[in-house]
Design a protein around this ligand. Structure first.
Ligand code: MEV
Length: 440
């Protein structure tokens, strides 16, 4: 393939021409196939095209819902976008089970977000500290126009602090700023405030009569929000008398089952290989809600895993407690989500998701996403400590393979019956279909 210049300046049609000619020998069929994913509503398509760059088409993912999720005595039907089979089914099964046992009890513990200015300054630390204390009112003043509307909504800047990082490298300091962004994700707001602060800090130090020589130089390395938001924390839990767990149709006593779940979390708390998979299962549920509501799943993911390693060891985000005949399963994690602005209002399906959820506040959405994470984790552990994960997966796996071979309705029905107690594999399904097709 040859280097291509000014690709971004091509029209969408030219970009598509280039791709089809370069990779598919100009195939008309491939071009039509790619175009078939364009939305027929032109204004939706324009919006999708403009979310990103060099767009040529749309990438579809399934959009499903989990009904019967009871959170603090209110019922939700939760939209989820995921390509992974069994995720929605597992959540729906757990949600239904816990609905008749009081549902999820959730609580938003805190909602602060963080931004940082990383800079270098050389001089006597105490002189910078006293200068910075005096500068705080000026910093606040210079961002008044930026924070005005956020303050009207009850948010704004919660704290500004100078942090000494000189033990890491000589001259290294940070400004650590805490924000409340209410129902917005707030990334643009936070970054704009930080950049204004950085400019003010530099100008003020460089023109201050309190400093001379080297002290007058500030080297701002960067100003950026942090996706680590340990103070934007939510907790969700379910609880029931141990004997109630028997309603899961167990082949063991509910006490033995509860003990197996406790051990499953113990393993995830002490073994990083298992912890990573355990938390991946939690994020299977959370990411799907985050995507369906137009939130930033990369931010949520990186934060969740950083939080899971907050005490220096990566461990489970969920917990099991078996005490005095009561079984409690809980999940606590940071979730910085928004329900206004950004993609939440631009993506037509994100808007519909939020309507299905009753136009939640960002705190309510934190509770919903955490509860789905909890339901997902419970579903996964329930399978893992009983029948194993493959049994449930196999049905979906079978459907995917049948789709691959364009199986007819009749063939699907026959395959479902045939594989009910057999191991599903690509070859086994292929052979089965070949057998059926031979006689037609
Ligand atoms: C698969 O996507 C997720 C699980 O592996 C989670 C887990 O093991 O807990 C089933």
């Amino acid at each position: 393939m040859k280097e291509i210049t000014s690709f971004s300046k091509f029209s969408k049609k030219q970009k598509l021409d280039f791709l089809v000619e370069t990779f598919f020998e100009g195939s008309f069929d491939i071009r039509k196939r790619i175009e078939s994913f364009w939305h027929k509503n032109e204004s939706f398509q324009r919006a999708f095209d403009e979310f990103s760059e060099n767009t040529i088409t749309n990438f579809f993912l399934p959009y499903g819902v989990v009904p019967n999720l009871m959170i603090n005595n209110s019922l939700y039907c939760v939209p989820m976008v995921t390509e992974e089979s069994s995720v929605v089914a597992a959540c729906a099964k757990s949600a239904k089970f816990w609905m008749s046992r009081g549902g999820m009890k959730t609580r938003v513990i805190s909602t602060s977000k963080v931004g940082q200015i990383h800079f270098f300054w050389h001089g006597q630390k105490s002189r910078l500290e006293s200068f910075f204390r005096g500068l705080i009112p000026d910093l606040k003043k210079c961002v008044e126009p930026l924070v005005f509307s956020m303050e009207q909504r009850g948010g704004g800047i919660q704290g500004i602090e100078l942090v000494d990082k000189t033990s890491i490298e000589k001259g290294f300091f940070q400004v650590h700023v805490k924000f409340e962004t209410c129902d917005a994700m707030g990334a643009n707001f936070i970054n704009s405030v930080l950049e204004a602060f950085a400019t003010k800090l530099k100008e003020s130090v460089e023109s201050s009569p309190s400093f001379t020589g080297e002290e007058r130089k500030v080297d701002i390395i960067m100003s950026i929000l942090s996706n680590y938001t340990p103070e934007c924390l939510v907790r969700s839990e379910v609880s029931c008398p141990i004997e109630e767990l028997d309603h899961l149709g167990l082949s063991m006593s509910p006490e033995a089952y509860a003990e197996r779940l406790r051990k499953a979390v113990l393993i995830a708390n002490t073994d990083v290989y298992r912890a990573t998979t355990h938390n991946k299962g939690i994020m299977n549920g959370i990411d799907a809600v985050v995507l369906a509501t137009g939130n930033d799943f990369r931010a949520v993911e990186s934060c969740a895993h950083a939080y899971a390693a907050r005490d220096g060891r990566y461990r489970s985000l969920s917990d099991v407690n078996v005490k005095d005949g009561q079984f409690t399963f809980s999940l606590e994690l940071p979730l910085a989500l928004g329900t206004v602005g950004g993609l939440t209002s631009l993506h037509p399906l994100a808007k519909i998701s939020l309507e299905i959820l009753g136009q939640p506040s960002s705190s309510k959405l934190m509770e919903i996403a955490a509860s789905i994470g909890l339901a997902q984790n419970f579903g996964a552990l329930n399978s893992l400590v009983t029948s194993g994960i493959q049994k449930g997966h196999m049905k979906m796996h079978l459907f995917n393979i049948l789709n691959h071979f364009n199986a007819s309705e009749d063939e699907r029905e026959k395959a479902k019956a045939f594989f009910v107690d057999r191991v599903v594999s690509f070859n086994a399904v292929k052979e089965f279909l070949n057998g059926l097709r031979k006689y037609h």
